[in-house]
Write a protein that binds this ligand. Structure first.
Ligand SMILES: NC(=O)c1ccc[n+]([C@@H]2O[C@H](COP(=O)([O-])OP(=O)(O)OC[C@H]3O[C@@H](n4cnc5c(N)ncnc54)[C@H](OP(=O)(O)O)[C@@H]3O)[C@@H](O)[C@H]2O)c1
Length: 346
């Protein structure tokens, strides 16, 4: 396993991070614990979760994922072996079962969220506390074509940062990170941190895969110049980059078969691009999913690649991607497909 510094901190995170958002929906608690044991054995020390998980979110399963992780931490007694990241939910119109709805990144909600997360995780502190998505209206979750909303009244970023600063001072969180953020958002968080001596964000958890390289447009430069690296989520485009949904296939119990509402990674252009990536992998005797992960692993602006799995065989295969170095022919092939079909799943 390789390790990277988390932002400008002294924390060393594995280049592969274990994603958890299927635990409590597609995966049982026993399966979650087996994944955690397998990941730690392979040298992964970084775990990503969220108060909102599992996904797709629903009232009946809300926060089960953190509970499973907390039980595992308690049983194994290895809290200091893992770097634990979770997230506080932001503004949402349809998750009213969380704290009575109208969630915002303000003091009331963030303090209630971290108290409940620490309780479920059975720990005194979270290593990385992330804002799951911005409080303001902007382009995230695949939205393109920015339209400014003059009526929008977001919680001021400075207010959110002050709450987070108090949580750092209280020892409840060690570092803070952003997710589903834009270049303006990241730079604004950095600017306010410097101006008011507030905590500096250490990471940007955004989507990044062969089907969505939009991070490279504005955020990759920030990742390098400001040392705020990418935590890449959905590196297999919800599993599509394995090729298993091509030609109308609907594999049993797979995410897109189970949840038809997920459409980000299977539009017509994404299918065309996926077909080309899968053929490229097979031409070079590579497993398509491992090629897709190895590409993400090799990006210089990456801090960690958040892999997800619903079975131990998937997990073993995905972990093995860390040892695959793509040769120049494969990279050239990937770039050619990307030029023909750039970012079909923004
Ligand atoms: N910040 C955010 O808004 C956000 C959003 C999404 C994810 N995340 C984080 O990122 C993590 C990973 O995201 P993701 O689950 O969407 O990642 P992904 O790598 O795009 O998809 C993972 C899914 O693909 C399938 N799969 C995995 N390995 C496979 C293989 N070798 N062959 C075939 N199918 C395979 C599995 O689902 P099936 O078995 O059902 O096919 C697995 O659950 C999450 O757990 C979460 O921690 C964060």
């Amino acid at each position: 396993m390789d390790y990277n510094r988390l932002g400008r901190t002294d924390l060393k995170i594995s280049r592969l991070c274990l994603g958890t958002m299927t635990w409590g929906e597609q995966n049982t608690e026993a399966e979650a614990h087996a994944q955690l044991d397998t990941a730690l054995d392979a040298g992964i020390n970084f775990i990503d979760t969220a108060e909102m998980y599992p996904v797709p979110p629903r009232a009946e399963t809300y926060s089960l994922t953190e509970t499973y992780i907390g039980n595992w931490l308690k049983q194994r007694g290895q809290r200091d072996r893992v770097i634990l990241a979770t997230k506080v939910m932001s503004r949402s119109d349809d998750l009213n079962y969380v704290r009575g709805g109208n969630n915002r990144l303000n003091r009331e909600h963030i303090e209630a969220a971290i108290t409940a997360s620490l309780d479920r995780l059975q720990t005194d502190y979270v290593d990385l506390y992330q804002l799951h998505w911005p409080d303001r209206h902007s382009n995230y979750f695949g939205r393109l074509g920015y339209r400014h909303d003059d009526q929008d009244k977001p919680v001021p970023i400075k207010d959110t940062l002050r709450v987070l600063a108090d949580l750092v001072a209280a020892g409840k969180i060690r570092t803070i990170g952003l997710s589903n953020e834009t270049p303006w958002g990241v730079m604004e968080f950095l600017r306010l941190a410097e101006q008011y001596q507030l905590p500096r964000v250490v990471s940007i958890q955004n989507p990044y895969s062969l089907l969505n390289r939009s991070f490279e447009v504005g955020l990759a430069e920030i990742a390098h110049r400001e040392e705020v690296g990418l935590l890449a989520y959905s590196p297999l485009g919800f599993g599509t980059l394995s090729g298993k949904y091509l030609n109308g296939q609907q594999p049993k119990d797979a995410r897109l078969t189970l949840f038809e509402r997920f459409s980000r990674y299977n539009n017509e252009q994404a299918q065309q691009a996926t077909q080309a990536y899968v053929e490229l992998a097979r031409d070079h005797d590579l497993d398509p999913a491992q090629m897709a992960l190895a590409y993400v692993n090799s990006r210089p602006f990456l801090s960690s690649n958040i892999i997800g799995a619903t079975s131990l065989s998937q997990l073993h295969s995905n972990i093995a991607s860390i040892d695959i170095k793509l040769d120049d022919d494969v990279i050239a092939g990937i770039e050619a497909i990307h030029r023909r079909t750039p970012n079909p799943s923004p």
